[in-house]
Ligand binder design. Structure first.
Ligand SMILES: [Zn+2]
Length: 330
């Protein structure tokens, strides 16, 4: 998989401009930002990490989670998601332009991995519910594989719920926190946690609504993964107010365990870390790490011969920034 296939460069450049306008609007309401404790361990001991696009990032001194603090209030975030030009542009332009590639490169492998994990943990092939199903592409792909008896999309956006229905997927048009999940065998949530004001509320509500021993599988960025740790604030993934929370395998496990889950597997099957860092080096972005000769040697001079195996090494050793967590309801 290449980044250009899922994030076409020309559209992404346009999206960045729209995002800058969105950010300018939200920063005018800075007085409504709220200060929080660490979203993973709730420690109040934290230090300033860096400022990017007007947002302060703090790192928890106890568990190492990185998070925006202070952050836009829940109300401000709701307004942002309702009115954001960059998100509308993503839905109207970027997703449709890249859906075909995303389907084969992201959603199909994701569906296969979910089924593999269900087999591994001997989960009944009954009902799967996907929280924040969006355009329903994952639901479609997992449905095609004929493993689960039933697939349910949980999607609170009216517009997206309609898109899912048009694709023949059963939809519950509701916030996941309000859905009874007792009859669900597997709950999935892809790239959602990093967007939430206070993820603990979401996770505890979920756990309360699920049945014992059912599986919860989530993905989120890993702040201790190669590209995020190397690039830090230079990473395009470090992006407020969209992404507020950056966990790592240890801190996400701590959070889940505190919400009634038992973490049974952590994996980082990322494919893009090496390419993302390589791109920044080639763009000659500033940043002291990028001038480190060994990283440059691997990612530029030796790219053709070792780039692939370096990425595999990261993925195989939980060192990629793309984190998967498999948890069981206790
Ligand atoms: Zn912490």
């Amino acid at each position: 998989m290449k980044e250009e296939e899922i994030r076409p460069g020309n559209l992404m450049a346009e999206n960045s401009k729209l995002h800058a306008k969105d950010v300018a609007e939200i920063l005018i309401r800075r007085k409504e930002f709220k200060k929080i404790a660490c979203p993973a361990c709730e420690s109040k001991k934290q230090k300033f990490a860096f400022k990017k696009d007007g947002f302060n990032f703090a790192v928890c001194l106890k568990c190492g989670t990185l998070f925006i603090n202070p952050r836009p209030s829940r109300e401000l975030l709701a307004d942002f998601y309702k009115n954001s030009r960059s998100i509308r542009h993503w839905s109207d332009k970027i997703f449709p332009a890249s859906e075909k590639q995303r389907r084969s490169q992201i959603f199909y492998p994701r569906a296969k991995r979910i089924i593999g994990l269900c087999k591994k943990f001997k989960i009944k092939n009954g009902v799967l519910a996907d929280i924040g199903a969006g355009f329903g592409t994952f639901c479609q792909e997992v449905k095609k594989l004929n493993f689960f008896k039933e697939i349910i999309a949980i999607e609170p956006s009216k517009k997206l719920a309609q898109v899912c229905r048009q694709k023949g997927i059963f939809v519950i048009e509701e916030m996941a926190e309000n859905v009874n999940l007792e009859k669900i065998d597997v709950v999935t949530s892809f790239e959602l946690l990093e967007h939430l004001f206070w993820p603990k509320n979401f996770l505890c509500a979920l756990s309360k609504n699920m049945s014992k021993n059912s599986l919860f599988i989530l993905t989120t960025p890993n702040i201790r993964g190669f590209d995020l740790l190397t690039l830090g604030e230079l990473s395009n993934n470090i992006k407020g107010p969209n992404h507020l929370n950056y966990f790592h395998p240890g801190s996400i496990s701590l959070l889940l365990e505190g919400c009634g889950f038992e973490v049974v597997e952590v994996l980082t099957p990322g494919k893009l870390d090496a390419e993302l860092v390589r791109k920044k080096i080639l763009q000659d972005d500033p940043g002291i790490f990028l001038n480190r000769p060994f990283i440059r040697h691997i990612l530029v001079d030796k790219w053709k011969s070792v780039g692939n195996s370096f990425q595999h090494f990261l993925a195989d050793n939980n060192l990629s920034s793309h984190l998967w967590v498999v948890a069981k309801k206790k």
